[in-house]
Design a protein around this ligand. Structure first.
Ligand code: ATP
Length: 126
C-alpha cells in the first residue's frame, strides 16, 4: 500500500473516532457527568498546583474512566441491537460492562483521595 493511501486511511479513521467521541459527549449523560468532573478535577489540579506526576496520574484516571464508559455505551448499543427484548443474558452482559466502569470509577476516586487529601490537610492546618 502506498504511503499516501495509508496515511489517508489512518486520517479518515481518526475522523471517525473523533466523530464518535463528539457523539458520546453530546448524547451520553454519564459521559457528560464525567466530563464535568474532569473539568472540576482539572481546576482543582491548577488550584492546588499538583505535581507533574500527579497530573499524569489524574489524566490517566480521567482518560481511563471516560474511554471505558464509551466502551460500555458501545456494549449496551450492540446488546440492544442484537436483542432489543428483555433477556437474562443481555442483562448479564450489560451488568458486566457496567461493573467494569464501576471498578474504574472506584479506582479514580481512590486516586483522587490519595492526591488531594494531603493538599486539603495543608489548606486546613496551615
Ligand atoms: N434487554 C435487557 N434484558 C435484561 N436486562 C436488561 C436489559 N436491558 C437492560 N437490562 C438491565 O438494566 C440495566 C441497565 O441497562 P441500560 O441499558 O438501561 O443501561 P443504563 O445503565 O441505564 O445506561 P444508559 O443510561 O446509558 O442507557 C442493565 O445493567 C441490566 O441489568
Amino acid at each position: 500500500m502506498a504511503l499516501g493511501t495509508f496515511l489517508h486511511k489512518r486520517l479518515k479513521g481518526c475522523g471517525y473516532a473523533f466523530k464518535g467521541a463528539v457523539t458520546l459527549l453530546k448524547t451520553e449523560a454519564s459521559i457528560q457527568v464525567q466530563a464535568f468532573i474532569a473539568v472540576v478535577m482539572t481546576i482543582a489540579g491548577f488550584y492546588f498546583n499538583i505535581t507533574a506526576t500527579e497530573w499524569m496520574i489524574q489524566i490517566i484516571a480521567i482518560g481511563l474512566i471516560m474511554s471505558l464508559e464509551g466502551m460500555n455505551t458501545a456494549v449496551e448499543a450492540i446488546a440492544d441491537f442484537i436483542h432489543p427484548d428483555f433477556h437474562v443474558k443481555i442483562g448479564h452482559i450489560k451488568d458486566i460492562a457496567a461493573g467494569a466502569v464501576f471498578i474504574t470509577a472506584i479506582t479514580a476516586v481512590v486516586i483522587g483521595l490519595i492526591i488531594y487529601i494531603p493538599y486539603f490537610k495543608e489548606l486546613i492546618f496551615s
